[in-house]
Design a protein around this ligand. Structure first.
Ligand code: DAH
Length: 344
């Protein structure tokens, strides 16, 4: 057969092949078959040397032109296949679907409140101190004026490790440790975990407290009131009312409990005519215990008799519940991300 006819025949034949090609892989197969090193075009051209020299240029030109047209056909088919692929992908993709938000971590509300409170006291000149969660009886009770027969030392209330080693039941032993290692004046807050043998709707075996201690010369109850009022207003808002109610703690004398006007009902006792579930209609909620450090505590740590100062202790979860209006203590320990994520 005449080579020019054979070459020209490749174009419609390729066109038929391309019409049936349904993938880019099919296309590549055809390219090898037609234009590859041992492909159809190359096979025809291998016959060129057998032609008389004067016929060769025309065949060469036809070969070039066929090759160009074949390449154009490939290109066209490739574009069509790619466009089809994209359209199919787009058909599967619904651009109106909402995006998937990246997962954002957040601090636990207990951590947030603990950091906020420590920040407030740092601003008032306090240092942040810490102590061990496994504590000796001597620092947890004895030095805080709770002698062996004191009811708080009961096995019912305290998690003992040995007769003299226990899980601290409050952060108050950090007071003792601070005074043992530093001379007055001192002003510290000590945040941390505390443990009690208690577990019901409103008590968990572990919770968080912040202890505060300020000892120096001529520190009075007025300083205690001033500092704690400033603290409460920083956390709960400048309109919060504060009241100091006489109370008792073995390690302070006199002692007080601090109530703040209920942040749920604004101190009115009712919300939309319903009794306030946070303050039980009293308009006040208790927030911390405090007092002037008992001289017996100074004696236990070897402080001179002429110092004076105050201490206080508060429950972090309790502050967080009041601040954020959280009704259930268990929320803090279940670690449900739907709850925790709200504090991001
Ligand atoms: N340690 C007390 C408790 O766990 C809280 C407390 C009350 C700490 C009065 C104090 C204080 O420093 O002065 O209930």
């Amino acid at each position: 057969m005449d080579l020019i006819t054979a070459l020209e025949g490749l174009v419609p034949e390729l066109q038929r092949g391309l019409d049936q090609a349904s993938s880019l892989e099919d296309l590549e197969g055809l390219r090898v078959d037609f234009l590859g090193r041992k492909g159809r075009l190359a096979q025809i051209m291998s016959l060129l040397p057998k032609l008389p020299p004067q016929e060769r240029p025309a065949v060469g030109q036809t070969a070039n032109s066929v090759k160009e047209r074949c390449n154009a056909l490939f290109e066209e088919r490739k574009n069509a296949l790619e466009a089809g692929r994209e359209a199919a992908a787009l058909a599967r993709f619904d651009p109106s679907l909402p995006g998937r938000a990246p997962w954002r971590g957040s601090l636990h509300p207990t951590t947030l409140v603990m950091e906020e409170i420590c920040g407030i006291f740092r601003g008032l000149g306090f240092d942040v101190a810490s102590g061990p969660e496994v504590e000796i009886d001597h620092y947890n009770f004895e030095s805080l004026n709770m002698p062996p027969e004191h009811p708080a030392r009961d096995m019912q209330d305290t998690l003992y490790i040995t007769d003299t080693v226990l899980m601290r039941t409050h952060t108050s032993p950090v007071q003792v440790r601070t005074m043992l290692s530093r001379r007055p004046p001192v002003a510290v807050v000590a945040p941390g975990k505390v443990y009690r043998r208690d577990s019901d709707l409103t008590h968990t075996p572990m919770f968080h407290q912040i202890e505060g201690l300020m000892v120096g010369h001529d520190i009075s109850m007025a300083h205690l009131r001033g500092i704690l009022t400033a603290f409460v207003r920083a956390v709960f808002g400048a309109d919060t009312r504060v009241r100091f109610r006489p109370s008792f703690f073995p390690f302070t004398e006199p002692s007080a409990e601090v109530d703040i006007s209920c942040c749920m009902c604004g101190g009115k006792g009712h919300v939309n005519g319903e009794p306030c579930r946070v303050c039980k209609t009293t308009g006040w909620v208790e927030i911390l215990g405090c007092g002037m450090v008992d001289p017996a505590v100074y004696a236990a740590v070897g402080y001179p008799e002429d110092v004076s100062g105050f201490a206080f202790g508060l429950g972090v979860e309790r502050v967080a519940m009041l601040k954020y209006g959280i009704g259930d203590l268990r929320m803090f320990f279940e670690n449900d991300v739907r709850f925790l994520g709200q504090f991001a």
